[in-house]
Write a protein that binds this ligand. Structure first.
Ligand SMILES: [Zn+2]
Length: 223
């Protein structure tokens, strides 16, 4: 038996994120008008974070049927992302989906407070980066979030973890052995004005996150 969400829960999930897909790399609007003068189109889904039934993805046997149908266990996504999260459950873990959900809700709250979204092109660039280099962004995000004490955040790019790199500033490190085309990705971020090269004239170049990018990583959206 599947523990489906009641309509009330679906509606609340959607409204809490302003009917935008909660995947940070997507943020697709999920509703709008139909072609005719009346009626609406909805391409959103209330997806289960832990599965609605026993053989489903991320199934959690300890949950009661009630908990499985609860708001806590749902995330609002577009149809594509709804399929995506069930296609690779090690990549789209319970923790990852929880992070998407709280970021999307925080972004919706901020957008509401601001009354008008800032006319910023950088958000588009960041979303493009999420699409092109999702793993790198995800690692950068958890580094920046785990390090609230640092005002200036710098990083080095190394070929692999065997290289020892010691610096008093304790920069973050990203490894080419762990990210596809890491050097190109860094080049791209430089070109897009997301990072800056601080010390080119040394063996391991040092980069710095520019404030708006660091802020985006920290908060999920621009403040
Ligand atoms: Zn989506």
């Amino acid at each position: 038996m599947r523990d489906e969400f009641p309509a009330r829960v679906k509606n609340e999930l959607a409204t809490r994120v302003a009917f935008l897909c909660s995947n940070p790399a997507c943020r697709q609007p999920t509703c709008g008008p139909r072609d005719e003068p009346t009626g609406t189109v909805n391409i959103g889904v209330a997806a289960h974070i832990t599965a609605a039934s026993e053989r489903g993805p991320r199934y959690e046997p300890s949950l009661s049927s009630e908990e499985r149908r609860d708001l806590e266990n749902g995330i609002w996504l577009c149809q594509n992302c709804g399929k995506l999260i069930d296609s690779d459950i090690s990549r789209y873990s319970i923790a990852k989906l929880g992070e998407w959900k709280s970021d999307a809700e925080a972004a919706a709250a901020r957008a509401l407070e601001q009354r008008r979204a800032p006319a910023s092109t950088s958000v588009g660039v960041f979303l493009e980066a999420e699409r092109l280099m999702p793993e790198l962004l995800s690692e950068m995000r958890s580094d920046v979030r785990g390090d609230s004490s640092q005002l200036i955040r710098e990083f080095v790019v190394l070929s692999n973890r065997q290289i020892s790199y010691i610096s008093p500033n304790r920069p973050f490190a990203y490894f080419a052995s762990e990210h596809q085309e890491l050097y190109h990705a860094i080049e791209w971020q430089l070109e897009m004005g997301m990072i800056r090269l601080v010390q080119p004239d040394r063996h391991y170049p040092l980069y710095r996150f520019l404030p708006h990018f660091a802020e985006y990583l920290r908060q999920g959206e621009l403040p």
